[in-house]
Every structure is written in C-alpha cells, then in structure tokens.
Design a protein around this ligand. Structure first.
Ligand SMILES: NC(=O)c1ccc[n+]([C@@H]2O[C@H](COP(=O)([O-])OP(=O)(O)OC[C@H]3O[C@@H](n4cnc5c(N)ncnc54)[C@H](O)[C@@H]3O)[C@@H](O)[C@H]2O)c1
Ligand SMILES: [Zn+2]
Length: 341
C-alpha cells in the first residue's frame, strides 16, 4: 500500500493506493458514518454496505443533478446527520462528485472520504478536490473546491468493470503518462498484455503514477490558474467528440489526444516517432485513434468551447512523450491546422 498527501487550500487529502476496502475501518472516524453509493455498486458489493446507514442513488450522468442532492439532504435529515457525521462516497466519478458536493454543503460542510470503484474515478475524479453537479444541461455548473479526508483505492473493484468503463479510465492514464512521465509510458508499452488482462499489481502501479501526476499538478495549481490546464490535454476536442458520440469520456479523450498530437506534429513540435508510439499504445489498449467527427464538426465545437477566452483558446500541445505545453492560440490558426488533417 502506498500513501500520498495532497495539501489543499483548506485541508489535506490522504491517498491510500492499493489498500483493501476490507480495512476501511482503520481510516474511518469513530463517529456516525453515512455511505452514499449508486444502485449498481450497491448490488455488486452488498456485504460492504451492511454496517452503515446507506443512501443509494440511481446511476449514470443523468442523476448528477440538484434533485439528487435534495434527496440526499432529506436522507441526512432522516438519519439525523450532524456536524460530527462522516460521509463516505463509494462508487464511480458520479458518486464521488455528488457525495463530495452534498457533504461540502450540508451544515456548511461535513468531513468526507471516497472509495472510488471505477478506474476513471481512481485515477481522476476522486483526486483534486473538485466536486459538483450538472445544472440545466450544463456540465459541472454548480460545485465546490474541497478535498476529501481520504481516498481509498482498491484494485479489486476493476474485476467487475464493463470493458467500456475500463477503457475510459485507460484513456486518462495514457494522458497522464503523455503529459508528464516518459517512464510511465514505457512501463505501459511493456505491460500492455498485463493491463488488458487487468493484473491488479500493474493497475495499482498505474493508479499510483496517475495519482502522483495529478496530485503534483493540483498541489501547484489547485484552482486551475495555469499548470492544471495541462490535465486538459486531449479534452478540448475530446469534449466535442463525447457530446456527439456514444463514447465514454476517456475514450473520447483518447481520440481527442490523437487530434491534439497531430496538430502538434503539423506545427513541428512533435516527432513522427513519438506520435507513432502514442498511436501504437492506444491501439493496443483498444482505444480509438480515428476521430469520429469531421473537421467542420470539430471547428464548430471549438467555437463553442467554454474555455474560449478572448478570441483564443488555451490548447495543450504535445512536445514529446512525457512533455506537454499550454499555449493560447487564435481559433483561426487551429481551424487552418484542423482543415489540413
Ligand atoms: N471531480 C473531478 O475532478 C472529475 C474528474 C473526472 C471526471 N469526473 C466526473 O466523473 C464522472 C464519470 O465517472 P465514471 O466514469 O466513474 O462514471 P460513473 O460513476 O457513472 O460509473 C460508470 C458506471 O460504472 C458503474 N460502476 C462503478 N463501479 C463499478 C464496479 N466496480 N464494477 C462495475 N460497475 C461499476 C457505475 O454504476 C456506472 O454505471 C463524470 O460525471 C465526470 O464529470 C469528475
Ligand atoms: Zn477527463
């Protein structure tokens, strides 16, 4: 088991990587614990939930809204939750975002922790202190910055994940290696078959590396003023693909990274060798390397991008395996490059 500390502005978050969920009691306070989970995780792991007061929410992105938060507040009242109660979110990114937001706002803030059960939640959604819900169809529109007291990551949960959800997490893992860690990328290249067969030790190593990378970036830029934008590599185009396809977030990000890497290559920033290594790894992990959208669709989407500031876009380019760069570029320049692809 590996421990790592994230120091947020208001509190610290302890990451427990490779800890068995059977030892959860070691990390919980003696006070009352209320667990929030979704119906699928509840049905898959019923024994885990027995000792606690439970709030089961539906599942999927469509329940990430204020109605679900209101339902949780009502259950908090029913369970006589007070300021000493600890809230534990057990589930994927949807549960973590909802549980973190409900705990951060009820009674002006309760202590909370996460047991992320998807690969995406372990390598991304549970770390960094962002939590919140969608509003009026706008993603993550209402939320807080607040760190969980702990995040317990047990690789045993990956055995029950559907392939699509597993690939979703892999997309973000490859992103972490590409923007920050050439050695991690090599490790992935050498361990493709172990990754695909979900070998727990290998996945635990990748979760640890991903958490380290995200934690380092977040520690330096918690409120996304600069460097944290690097984590958006592949996301500018990835979000557009996600909106217009049935791909999961991480699958769309993988296709978005290919577009971003190709733009980097066109500008002479990225070698053919580095580009080809990226494509080979993504393919070996069964991630999409062909963008399913036309150039016009990408350009239309970029024009609407919420991160557009002035007439330019903060775009993340790849310089090499393990190195990315943020640059504000005029939309017109991106349009020219995309039309050339
Ligand atoms: N706060 C952040 O910084 C941050 C970062 C990235 C993503 N997110 C958010 O995370 C959400 C996506 O997270 P996700 O991909 O985990 O989706 P999710 O929570 O919807 O989980 C995906 C599916 O997997 C099921 N599931 C969960 N654990 C399982 C297990 N062990 N075995 C089998 N099935 C399991 C869930 O019931 C669900 O149906 C999005 O809402 C996104 O906005 C937040
Ligand atoms: Zn992402």
């Amino acid at each position: 088991m590996e421990k790592r500390l994230i120091s947020g502005i208001y509190r610290k978050s302890l990451l427990l990587i490779g800890e068995s969920v059977n030892y959860i009691n070691k990390h919980l306070p003696k006070s009352k614990v209320v667990v929030i989970t979704d119906e699928k995780v509840y049905n898959l792991y019923p024994a885990f939930f027995q000792p606690y007061e439970i709030i089961v929410i539906g599942r999927g992105e469509q329940i990430k809204n204020l109605s679900t938060i209101a339902y949780i507040y009502e259950k908090f009242i029913e369970y006589e939750v007070d300021r000493s109660t600890f809230v534990l979110g057990v589930g994927g990114g949807v549960v973590c975002d909802i549980a973190g937001f409900a705990a951060s706002t009820y009674l002006r803030g309760l202590c909370f922790g996460f047991v992320p059960t998807t690969l995406l939640a372990q390598v991304d959604a549970s770390i960094g202190g962002k939590n919140g819900v969608n509003f009026n169809g706008l993603k993550n529109r209402v939320g807080t910055f607040n760190q969980p007291g702990f995040v317990l990551c047990d690789p045993a949960f990956f055995q029950t994940l559907p392939g699509k959800e597993f690939r979703c997490g892999l997309g973000e893992i490859v992103k972490h290696a590409l923007i920050a860690d050439a050695e991690m990328f090599e490790y992935m290249e050498k361990n493709v078959s172990n990754i695909v067969s979900r070998q727990p030790e290998v996945l635990q190593q990748l979760v640890a590396d991903s958490m380290r990378i995200k934690a380092e970036v977040v520690n330096r830029d918690e409120r996304e003023q600069g460097e944290r934008r690097l984590l958006n590599f592949g996301h500018t185009v990835g979000h557009i693909i996600e909106e217009r396809s049935t791909l999961t977030h991480g699958e769309a990000v993988a296709a978005g990274m290919v577009v971003a890497a190709r733009l980097s290559q066109q500008r002479g920033m990225l070698s053919d060798n580095a580009f080809n290594r990226m494509i080979t790894l993504l393919k070996a992990l069964s991630l999409l390397v062909e963008c399913p959208l036309t150039s016009t669709e990408i350009i239309d989407g970029l024009a609407w991008d919420k991160k557009r500031e002035g007439n330019g876009l903060y775009f993340i380019f790849l310089k090499d395996i393990g190195h990315a760069d943020i640059e504000k570029v005029p939309l017109s320049q991106l349009e020219v490059l995309i039309n050339e692809q």
